[in-house]
Design a protein around this ligand. Sequence first.
Ligand code: NAD
Length: 513
Amino acid sequence: MTQIAEPSAAMASPTGGAVVGHWIGGRLVPGTSGRRGPVYNPATGQLAREVDFASTAEVDAAVAAAKAAFPAWRATSLSKRTDILFRIRNLVEANRRELAAILTAEHGKVPSDALGEIARGLENLEFACGVPSLLKGGFSEQVSGGIDVYQIRQPLGVVAGITPFNFPAMVPMWMFANAIACGNTFVLKPSEKDPSASLFMAELLRQAGVPDGVFNVIQGDKVAVDRILEHPDIAAVSFVGSTPIARYIYETGTRNGKRVQALGGAKNHMVLLPDADLDMAADAAVSAAYGSSGERCMAISVVVAVGDVADPFIEAVKARLPKIKVGPGTDPEAQMGPLITRQHLERVASFLDRSREQGAEVVCDGRDHPLHRESDGFFLGVSLIDRVTPDMDSYRNEIFGPVLEVVRVKTYDEAVRLVNENPYGNGTAIFTRDGGAARQFQFEAQAGMVGINVPIPVPVAYYSFGGWKGSLFGDLHMYGPEGLQFYTKAKVVTARWPDPGTSKVDLGFPRTR
Ligand code: NAD
């Protein structure tokens, strides 16, 4: 287990003290709106600092800085941009422990998990370092006499990213790595619940040589988001968060003429067939359900147990639960930290009573954990609910906490129907030894990311990430090749050079033959 330093020293410089401000035009800018929100240390329950909430004028200042930086940045050579991206990658790598400490202090995730988040973010920076080859267009010589056609991809201009609390470093990297690699300038609106990582990254980007105004951070709430959605100088918006807000972002942004990709919530089902390797499946379900306290959009929240596998599976999971060490990130033994806020903790816990009242069996209740009862931190132990049915509230909602539900079904077809009828379609997984069944599942599962004996199938950075149905509004998935497509627009050039004697007046529609 990795031990990390107390984050206060690391955070003192980037945040500039007790109030987290904005980053505009290459420097830290304190907020002036007079509106602020609380930032807690979830492991102690204490107010750790405050964060400024931007006014529309402050959003406008960030967009103006990004707009002013765009012409020079898009004209910066690919090799120079790549050089800077390499340096960002190396600085994030070199400072990963400090960044992890900030994540632990404000999000609550344990250091090993925080370092895992940063490692997955680094993959996106590494992918973006390949931008010279990734942006290569096509060229067709001699489409007609003396005429060539070629396609280039050009940046959009100022683009914005609005990000959730659960990955304060990785999700911004999903967005800004490709966005700036393609020559756009960027305005980030991080979650107000854990805002400091954004400023730490801004400082690293500055050190890497990113010119002033290319990367900006605006802290805030709905006021800032709404200004981003209506701002005439913002060409595109990437969003990751809950489904109701994702739908709102998509509808409002597109109505205002912007390109939008809006990733929403999830309810990821793991289908467990009777022939699966039970130990492997139980290890996977426990890791994927309770890692990061279940606050992952790719967490497994429902196991659909087919046939007679449910009883031995429940036993296998029960045997693993007492070994999970819940605790603050400062405890090197801790595997699972607190939830993000007390309000969220209470919402998650409320599903336990409701599922019991509605007929489910609460096999393990996270409220029995001593830290839940004794600590001021937002701790909840692990919960396991058996005999859940699709009409129950706990099944119908995204819980986003350390709660694993088991639905018992008789057949594979019933299991697939549950996956496909669910309004979310982020990820799903099947556990089996039967290659034919796995292939059939891959063919018919209505979800954007499928795992075969892999519980959290988050694609590597050279593929793209995205769900179906209520888990994504928009056409293009995030990062990887589709991310590059999102942050660029195509231009096709048809070119001919003066060739004496071949020119004549012709009012007909141009033909190639
Ligand atoms: P959230 O939707 O509450 O907030 C996301 C962002 O939207 C934040 O920056 C927040 O400030 C802003 N926001 C919140 N309410 C708003 C409003 N009314 N108007 C305008 N902006 C608003 O999400 P969260 O609680 O921060 O994150 C957890 C959610 O994100 C879960 O639903 C999770 O599944 C989802 N998520 C999805 C993915 C994915 O890739 N699909 C990844 C991570 C998280």
